[in-house]
Design a protein around this ligand. Structure first.
Ligand code: SAH
Length: 248
């Protein structure tokens, strides 16, 4: 079981697989006023940077589930590197339908809401692992500006303009699900560059090391077109944030 290989190639050097910088991740942890010993569940935990750094900085106890074998291995190594291997556990597996045994104080899905079939379904799934009064974290894109054409939306790797909302509408949608938005930290364009531009050097080096790989043609095409696509589309039109929610 694994995610499509292209992501394991392009994001192999990423610690954070979204437009958050390490500073934003720390800001979010501080904003949540995490108490030591808080249990944090993370569906789609990637390379584990959120759980590992929050374990180090705020003393949380974490469980992460991720379908990428590579990212899960990297998460375990990171936990050892930061000296928090006894506080965080990383499971390689499908997080769809995952409900934890013990209840978490924070249940998160940061940039992987397809796991629950969209934002609403993911909130419903996370709520099953959450203790009363706990916080749900949703990391999700929104439109900074509405794309003028469907072509621009596709350039942001959205299926269509209707796939994402403008920020006020996204915030209102949480209310419609009967949740208060109690905090939020938003990514910025520099963060998008760290997420997207970091893939370019990784792709270039991978191509040099794997010229005959079956994905070499795809990776070459992506490296050729991605910088312009990023500057014209994602960087200008797509926003991204993590939203902290509490049931009303
Ligand atoms: N939250 C992490 C990763 C976000 S990228 C971070 O912010 O760094 C999306 C992640 O979802 C990837 O790590 C991918 O491997 C994982 N993923 C995709 N489908 C999944 C599934 N069905 N179950 C668990 N993880 C999944």
């Amino acid at each position: 079981m694994d995610i499509p290989r292209i992501f394991n190639i392009t994001e192999s050097a990423h610690r954070i697989h979204n437009p958050f910088t390490p500073e934003k991740l720390a800001t979010l942890g501080a904003a949540l006023r995490l108490e030591r010993g808080t249990r944090v569940l993370d569906l789609g935990s990637g390379s584990g940077e959120m759980l590992c750094t929050w374990a180090r900085d705020y003393g949380i106890i974490g469980t992460g589930i991720d379908m990428s074998q590579l990212f899960t291995e990297q998460a375990k190594l990171r936990a050892k590197e930061l000296g928090v291997a006894d506080q965080v556990k990383f499971i390689h597996g499908d997080a769809a339908g995952y409900v934890s045994d013990g209840k978490a104080g924070v249940a998160a899905c940061v940039g992987a809401t397809w796991i629950g079939g969209g934002v609403a379904g993911t909130i419903e799934l996370l709520a099953k692992s959450l203790r009363t009064g706990g916080i749900i974290l949703i990391g999700e894109p929104y439109w900074r500006r509405l794309p003028p054409t469907e072509g621009i939306a596709k350039g942001c790797l959205a299926d269509s303009i209707s796939e994402f909302l403008l920020l006020p509408r996204l915030l209102a949608s949480f209310g419609q699900l009967d949740y208060d938005v109690v905090e939020m930290v938003l990514a910025d364009q520099d963060g998008w560059d760290r997420y997207e531009a970091a893939k370019w050097l990784t792709m270039r080096r991978w191509l040099e090391a794997n010229p005959n790989d079956e994905l070499a043609k795809d990776v070459r095409a992506k490296l050729t077109s991605d910088p312009e696509r990023h500057a014209a589309c994602t960087r200008e039109y797509l926003g991204w944030g993590v939203f902290a929610l509490m049931a009303r």
